[in-house]
Design a protein around this ligand. Structure first.
Ligand code: TGC
Ligand code: FAD
Length: 390
């Protein structure tokens, strides 16, 4: 009863199994205990709270759907989504850390790695002993990663890696990076680059107004000798990193609901308590319109995410369906954050409430993992069969 009472206007809980609800409630109570009380302070200081890494591992947030034999939680896709929802109710930056570790580091090693790579890295990534990051974006290639220039060439027992990645979540403290680079023929491959390899540095990116509790940085490769056994052999080409993005984008479609729920819940409570003109502002038509539209949009987003989870569990979800859910749900959350902030008046701009932090965080979420525009163009391509990219 002391848990956050999530909006559930359409009895979506009835669509969940007992295990789903158990996984969700464990994540929810951990976020309430370990994240919510400290996160505002860390965001203000622009620091990632490293002490929560173990807790994230304990609630199964590192590799929720990776099989247990590799240290993962062995859960289904809806459980993964629910964990992301609860974490992002706390903070999008914390969810980013979990998304990257699970879908962008553990997933490619699990899916495209050798058995030796899986055994070497996955259990330690699941427990949080190793933290990873994912290097796809470059200074000159964001929405168009296929244009990347980071490259490697064979030299005896090694691949020699050169280039740079920008905007990499977790980079400043990661123990290893899954890096996407072109071979001599221009084909894209994934390489596991470990901290400590000579010529590999990870300078932090400062002055962010968004995702301040998440550490972001560059990956710089200056003739880094990467052992040949660190190449992920299972898949090459742009489809390899894009396959990882499918999994992360699915988690974000759920995560954004968490941020929206927190903003809605805060604004609803405030509107019922705040008295102006001798009555609660929640009794005015204007504020009711805002709140009623919020719960409508949250409900639609929940149904979209749940159905997508079912399709993913059945192995039937398409990349374009995932794009639609990521785009819709993040847009829904950012609009709710903006409206909710207004309901709180001046109080809405302070760190006493979580709304402004969510609002600023969501500016990154609507940009990373494919911008709002790119996902619209993916839908456009899917329904017309015509690419607007090339
Ligand atoms: P295109 O020619 O369409 O595709 C190239 C190859 O990839 C295949 N493919 C996919 N495979 C798996 N999953 C997907 N979602 C896929 N989409 C495409 C495609 O079939 C093709 O395969 P093949 O075998 O024919 O070669 O590629 P394009 O160059 O036209 O670009 C397509 C576009 C624009 C959709 C894509 O490049 C894109 O999604 N751009 C956005 C980039 C992006 O999302 N970057 C994210 C970086 S990581 C990040 O932001 C982490 S944030 C931290 C956190 O998660 O919290
Ligand atoms: P651009 O691609 O330069 O886009 C600029 C604008 O142009 C956007 O509005 C875009 O929608 C628009 N645009 C681009 N192409 C088209 C087109 N064809 N038609 C119409 N409009 C177009 N990347 C990683 O690899 N790993 C990470 O861990 C990671 N973490 C991140 C963390 C944060 C906080 C942020 C902000 C970003 C992160 N990213 C990461 C990078 C992120 O994925 C990119 O920022 C994103 O893909 C957009 O690329 P860009 O910033 O270069 O923008």
């Amino acid at each position: 009863p002391d848990l956050f009472q999530a909006p559930d206007y359409y009895q979506i809980d009835d669509l969940l199994s007992d295990e789903h609800k158990m996984v969700r409630d464990a994540a929810r109570s951990w976020v309430k205990r370990e994240v919510s009380p400290i996160i505002e302070e860390y965001a203000q200081r622009a620091e990632f709270p490293k002490q929560i890494i173990k807790g994230l591992a304990d609630i199964g947030a590192f590799g929720p759907y990776i099989p247990q034999e590799y240290g993962g939680a062995g859960l289904d896709q809806i459980s993964y989504g629910l964990i992301m929802q609860e974490i992002e109710r706390g903070d999008s930056g914390v969810r980013s850390t979990a998304s990257v570790q699970s879908s962008l580091v553990m997933y490619p090693i699990f899916k495209y790695g050798t058995e030796a790579q899986r055994k070497k890295y996955l259990p330690k990534l699941a427990s949080g002993e190793f933290m990873g990051c994912f290097g796809l974006t470059e200074p000159d290639h964001g929405s168009n990663p296929g244009g990347m220039t980071t490259n490697f060439k064979e030299e005896g027992e090694y691949y020699v890696l050169n280039g740079a990645k920008l905007w990499i979540s977790n980079a400043p403290f990661a123990d290893l990076a899954v890096v996407w680079a072109k071979d001599a023929s221009g084909r894209i491959h994934g390489l596991i680059v470990e901290r400590g390899m000579e010529g590999f540095t990870t300078p932090e990116t400062h002055n962010k107004w968004s995702l301040r509790a998440s550490a972001t940085g560059e990956l710089i490769f200056d003739n880094v000798k990467v052992p040949k056994e660190n190449l992920l052999p299972g898949k090459s080409g742009l489809g390899a990193p894009l396959g990882c993005l499918d999994s992360a984008r699915f988690g974000i479609a759920w995560g954004a609901i968490g941020a929206a729920m927190d903003c809605y819940d805060t604004a609803l409570r405030y509107a019922k308590e705040r008295i102006q003109f001798d009555k609660p502002i929640g009794g005015t038509q204007l504020q009711q319109k805002k709140l009623a539209e919020m719960i409508t949009e949250i409900t639609k987003a929940q149904l979209l995410a749940w159905r997508l989870g079912v399709l993913r569990d059945q192995g039937k979800a398409t990349s374009a369906q995932i794009s639609m859910a990521k785009r819709n749900n993040v847009d829904m959350a950012i609009k709710i954050a903006r409206e909710a902030r207004q309901i709180l008046g001046g109080m809405g701009i302070t760190g006493e409430y979580s709304i402004m932090r969510h609002m600023m965080n969501l500016e990154s979420v609507i940009t990373y993992e494919g911008t709002h525009d790119i996902h619209l163009l993916i839908t456009g391509m899917d329904i017309t069969g015509l690419s607007a990219f090339s």
